[in-house]
Design a protein around this ligand. Structure first.
Ligand code: OGA
Ligand code: NI
Length: 327
């Protein structure tokens, strides 16, 4: 299982139907609606107010003037995916906690149906970016990836301080709950697909981490669910799509900040690239609703678990068709 890109490439443009293994039972209907999402400007005077508002009311928004060098990161990721399959396969593993994981779909050996993407996933710690086993190609990955991660840590911490106050908590409260933060980065490559109604780039999910930052190219395909309907998230050049993940929002805030259900459609004309960064607590941090946010009127909705156990459950439960995030 060398991944979907290698398969599509090997067909040399003759692939005209979706292989059975990728046929999703309820394929995705074409959606032409666009989500109305706030644009939060980090350089604006009203940044703090706008951020809290966007987190509480929308759970997903576009971030501008964020200071991340988006082009470098996208270029490195694309060069990695465009490298020979045998080179990429050196990093192939289904193990979710390996520092560098190249894989396809979620856990292909366990999945009946596969998602139409390959990905490169890395677990990063702020204090050891230099020592991280970065992919050997492209050669610039180490420098570009380290700088990108450093900037995401910086931006994320600044946002968490504001978001903590937005919940009426001490400024540093969320950061403290995260303990020693980890950043999971995940570059996703979605090849062009002969029948985008039958396959899915990524099935509907909420992100398991705390705060998600997604860089997407101009192709489009990311969608979020509001009520019963799916809406496209418009790709806006240079902006980061930010959304709330399960740890921070659903668990720590006891439901006050919502973790947003989203998915990715594929496209018949073009491949698509995205790079997600998921800022989360230390894998060993015990995550439960912050006591100040729990009261008789608002009892704890979630039981305590470490981020590591939670991730494990998400993967296992995924295969049994349950959604753990409400439990
Ligand atoms: C993810 C994700 C969105 C995208 O990696 O969890 O939702 O646009 N990615 O690729
Ligand atoms: Ni996601």
């Amino acid at each position: 299982m060398a991944g979907i890109k290698a398969f599509v490439d090997s067909c040399n443009g003759t692939l005209d139907s979706v292989p059975d293994r990728y046929m999703m039972p309820n394929g995705a209907a074409d959606v032409s609606r666009y989500a109305v999402l706030p644009i939060v400007d980090v350089a604006s005077k009203s940044f703090e107010r706008d951020l809290v508002d966007a987190c509480a009311k929308y759970g997903m928004f576009q971030l501008k003037n964020h200071g991340i060098h988006t082009e470098d990161v996208m270029r490195c990721a694309l060069e990695f995916f465009n490298s020979p399959s045998e080179d990429k396969m050196r990093y192939y593993t289904e193990e979710i906690f390996t520092p560098v994981r190249y894989c396809t779909s979620m856990m292909p050996s366990k999945e009946e149906k596969l998602e139409w993407h390959d990905h490169l996933q890395m677990w990063l710690k702020e204090e050891s970016l230099g020592a991280h086993p970065w992919p050997a190609f492209p050669a610039s990955y180490r420098d570009v990836g380290s700088e990108y991660a450093r900037n995401i840590f910086k931006l994320g911490k600044r946002m968490l301080l504001v978001m903590s106050e937005g919940l009426g908590l001490r400024t540093s409260r969320l950061l403290e709950a995260f303990e020693d933060m980890v950043l999971l980065t995940r570059a996703n490559f979605y090849p062009a697909c002969p029948n985008p109604r039958q396959a899915l780039g990524m099935e509907g999910h909420t992100d398991s981490g705390g705060l998600t930052f997604v860089l997407q190219d101009g192709v489009g395909g990311l969608q979020l669910k509001q009520g019963e309907d799916w809406y496209n998230v418009r790709p806006l050049e240079g902006m980061l799509v930010v959304n709330m993940g399960d740890q921070l929002e659903v668990r720590l805030s006891n439901g006050r900040y919502k973790s947003i259900l989203h998915r990715v459609m594929v496209n018949s004309k073009s491949s698509r690239l995205s790079v997600g960064a998921f800022l989360g607590p230390s894998l060993d941090a015990e995550i439960s609703p912050i006591p100040e946010l729990v009261s008789q009127e608002s009892p704890a909705k979630y039981r305590s678990r470490t981020y590591r156990d939670y991730m494990h459950e998400v993967y296992t439960e995924h295969f049994s068709g349950k959604n753990v995030y409400v439990a």
